[in-house]
Design a protein around this ligand. Structure first.
Ligand code: 5GP
Length: 193
């Protein structure tokens, strides 16, 4: 039977490299959270092991800009040389089916979502790194980006961390399991309302 209650819109934001994806993977192992991942569209090239339609929908700049023109995005941002955006229809459909839709996005996109969706079923969470040194270590650990891009991502991270007070919750990712547990508790407390 279909759930009659509209699902939550969960926005997980935080600097690149903070571990949003890793924490998300832990959360998605818990079926009681009733989560679905909102797959974003991007113009960035796929990294090794990334799959089309699973990690992202990889599109050209022209295709993305057509999406902007046709108002297909709930939010979008230009981040370190590429577009990233959340397709609107998918999010709406799943929330109407009672699913808790999970967005893992950078701060500019999160700002747009929080501005547009002021309903009480929006849950905004900012994931913090234990320190900037640790964040740098994690970004470098990916070994997928040039020094210039790494520096740009780090500079952006410093600015992004300053925006954490815009969110309803801030969680530090010192330990993945602990951070995931804390976020699961937040989601559960909001599901019960
Ligand atoms: P990456 O290139 O590392 O996959 O992503 C770069 C940043 O863009 C990350 O902070 C990621 O969370 C964010 N991002 C991914 N998808 C979206 C999206 O649809 N919209 C926005 N605004 N940011 C996104």
């Amino acid at each position: 039977m279909e759930n009659s209650k509209r699902g939550l819109l969960i926005v997980l934001s935080g600097p690149s490299g903070v571990g949003k994806g890793t924490v998300r993977k832990v959360l998605f192992k818990d079926p009681s959270l009733n989560l679905v991942y909102s797959i974003s569209m991007t113009t960035r090239n796929p990294r090794k092991k990334e799959q089309e339609g699973k990690d992202y929908f990889f599109v050209t700049k022209e295709e993305f800009e057509k999406g902007i023109k046709n108002e297909q995005f709930l939010e979008y941002a230009f981040f370190v040389g590429n577009y990233y955006g959340t397709p609107k229809n998918y999010v709406e459909r799943l929330r109407n089916e009672g699913k808790n839709v999970f967005l893992e996005i950078e701060v500019e996109g999160a700002r747009q979502v929080l501005e547009k969706c002021k309903d009480e079923d929006v849950v905004s969470i900012f994931l913090l790194p234990p320190s900037l040194e640790e964040l740098e270590r994690r970004i470098r650990g990916r070994k997928s980006e040039s020094e210039e891009i790494i520096q740009e991502r780090l500079m952006k991270a410093r600015r992004e961390i300053g925006l954490k007070d815009r969110y309803q919750y801030a969680v530090m990712n010192k330990n993945i399991q602990k951070a995931a547990k804390e976020i699961a508790q937040i989601i559960r407390s909001r599901m019960d309302k």
